[in-house]
Design a protein around this ligand. Structure first.
Ligand code: FAD
Length: 284
């Protein structure tokens, strides 16, 4: 973000199967044509999922020299285990970490840190800064407030704690109302958060899926979007087109407002993100 006026990034998740890996490679080849500035891969709670984050990033490395970021959470791991993972990531040439608290496994109840682990992302970020100073660090931000936060103010105080602990940039949770993002960005600036605040965008291509995702992460769906999708219920291609049109308008408005980058939750697919980037002629 310090080198480029506009940073394009993609977020992938580790495929569960070998066939999923092959599909991901196919989609990535298309996404790479837009010359992303970095690519991230999410990190799950279980041990095998963790290995898959690194093996997915190894596959990405075969396809592009773009800088890579591993997501990392505090779930179920001691500081020693996190250190071991980070050493492997560093040895693999991964340059950045998206540092998160994570959620209770299986979405059950509230997050409980393990003994010898961390309770909040701010603690993980401080640990990263102290022990792995070469990593760039991204923290999560919530334009509509994190669902567990006591208040929007308390959540912003936490965001400031993450930046003070060493986060270099904030990437937001997905959102569909730019008004929420602009308000969040203004409030970050007002409290002295000076690192880039980057919108996280997930084009809707299937309304059922997005309803599930937003209900899990606490994001809301504007009435205009819901009504558009109700008009094309049962029409897969109609839903896809409506989603791409909405995301194109959303990103266009964000670009005009001078955002420092856009982080696409691509869901290991290329078509929707490519359509948005192509329509905006962002990386011709
Ligand atoms: P934190 O910043 O620690 O905040 C968690 C909650 O605690 C908030 O409500 C906050 O306000 C509160 N809080 C923080 N500090 C204090 C304090 N000192 N006192 C009181 N309250 C406090 N999850 C995954 O499992 N894997 C992933 O790969 C992943 N990637 C993500 C990428 C992005 C860009 C985003 C936005 C989210 C991602 N998540 C991922 C989801 C994330 O783990 C959850 O949203 C989780 O519930 C919170 O993580 P956090 O890092 O924001 O936590």
């Amino acid at each position: 973000y310090s080198k480029n006026p506009f940073v394009l990034s993609y977020e992938l998740f580790p495929p569960k199967t070998d066939a999923g890996m092959v599909m991901l490679a196919e989609h990535l080849r298309k996404l790479i044509e837009f010359r992303p500035d970095f690519i991230t891969c999410t990190y799950g709670a279980g041990g095998s999922t963790r290995d898959k984050t690194l093996s997915t990033l190894a596959l990405v490395r075969e396809l592009t020299p773009a800088p890579l970021a591993t997501h990392l959470t505090c779930v179920g791991a001691t500081a020693n285990e996190l250190r071991a993972y980070l050493q492997r990531a560093e040895a693999q040439g991964i340059a950045h970490v998206v540092a998160l608290r994570g959620d209770a496994p299986g979405g059950q109840g509230s997050f409980v840190p393990v003994e010898g682990g961390f309770q909040y992302a701010s603690e993980l970020i401080a640990f990263l800064r102290a022990e792995f100073p070469r990593f760039g660090i991204v923290a999560a931000g919530y334009p509509e407030t994190h669902p567990e936060a006591l208040s929007p103010e308390a959540d912003l105080d936490n965001l400031k704690r993450k930046v003070d602990a060493g986060a270099d940039a904030i990437v937001t949770q997905l959102f569909y109302s730019n008004t929420d993002f602009f308000r969040f960005r203004d409030r970050c600036a007002a409290m002295g958060v000076s690192v880039p605040v980057v919108p996280g965008i997930m084009p809707v291509t299937n309304f059922g899926q997005i309803k599930r995702i937003t209900s899990m992460c606490g994001a809301s769906l504007p009435a205009a979007l819901t009504e558009t999708f109700e008009r094309v219920a049962g029409d897969d291609e109609g839903q896809y087109q409506a989603g791409v049109d909405f995301a194109t308008r959303q990103v266009d408005e964000l670009l005009r407002a001078g955002v420092p980058g856009v982080h696409f939750y691509v869901l290991n697919q290329s078509r929707a993100t490519s359509s948005v980037l192509g329509a905006l002629n962002l990386r011709p």
